[in-house]
Write a protein that binds this ligand. Structure first.
Ligand code: 6PG
Length: 250
């Protein structure tokens, strides 16, 4: 797995530059660029930089389509909502600039399952998954301390019932519960996350050092144990951006 360990202060600028470079490469080949955004806290600094000069002026945002890798089943205005985080860090900057197309997961539906079914239709209507080996042009993912990605959580040992994304691997979006606080989540499945040409993992902080160590020392472990290892079956390139604290002795 390709990785780049970066000094803390260089992490966000380097990743923001890599995202801009990748967007422009995609737009040399096709009219639009689809980006599946990560939630959580790590990407916030990167999204802020994308919304400021010089990078903000380098991207033809009206040719960009934003999607989300997962969402907490909370109202859009809730501070825990991932689409709100992207609005507060990046989308609020679009005043007179032509807007990107934005497809947040609609959590106003009656249940997380209904929100997942609705977003499945959004992705199917996008045409991005019409051909095998096609998906989002760029996917951004964080990693939890337990190795989860999006809201794909480790399966605890002896867990009898398989998670929905394993029961229905053809699905692009499913609903689930957070394993510790039980909160309802909507998440893209490994099929949706890893179908495209490039995935960037974004990992910072000393708290992530143990899971980063396990991922890179034991790639043979199962994705059911460490969901970040679903990336082993990615159709495209997977690049890990890790800061010095999470990178440890890598
Ligand atoms: C979410 C994210 C989740 C996140 C990881 C890492 O909804 O929280 O999709 O998968 O990327 O939990 O979170 P941090 O970036 O906050 O460490």
């Amino acid at each position: 797995m390709k990785r780049e360990v970066l000094p803390e202060k260089e992490f966000a600028p380097t990743v923001a530059d890599e995202i801009v470079t990748s967007i422009l490469e995609v737009l040399e080949e096709q009219d639009r660029c689809s980006i599946c955004l990560s939630g959580g806290t790590t990407p916030a600094a990167i999204y802020r930089l994308l919304g400021l000069p010089p990078r903000f002026g380098e991207v033809p945002w009206k040719r960009i389509s934003f999607y989300w890798g997962d969402e907490r089943f909370v109202p859009a205005e809730d501070a825990r909502n991932n689409s709100r985080m992207v609005h507060d860090t990046l989308l609020h900057q679009f005043r007179n600039t032509p807007l990107p197309s934005v497809y947040p997961i609609d959590t106003s539906k009656g249940s997380a399952a209904a929100a997942a079914a609705d977003y499945e239709q959004v992705l199917l209507r996008s045409g991005l998954f019409r051909e095998k080996g096609k998906g989002f042009d760029i996917v951004l993912l964080g990693v939890g301390e337990d190795g989860h990605i999006a809201s794909l959580f480790p399966q605890s040992k002896g867990e009898s019932d398989k998670p929905e994304h394993e029961l229905s691997p053809e699905r692009l979006v499913v609903s689930c519960h957070h394993p510790t606080d039980g909160s309802e989540r909507i998440t893209l499945t490994p099929r949706a996350l890893f179908a495209g040409p490039r995935v960037f993992f974004l990992v910072t902080g000393a708290a992530k050092q143990p899971i980063v160590e396990r991922i890179f020392s034991h790639p043979e472990l199962s994705p059911q144990e460490i969901p970040a290892l679903y990336s082993k079956d990615a159709a495209g390139e997977v690049l890990w951006f890790i800061d010095q604290h999470a990178g440890g002795d890598l």
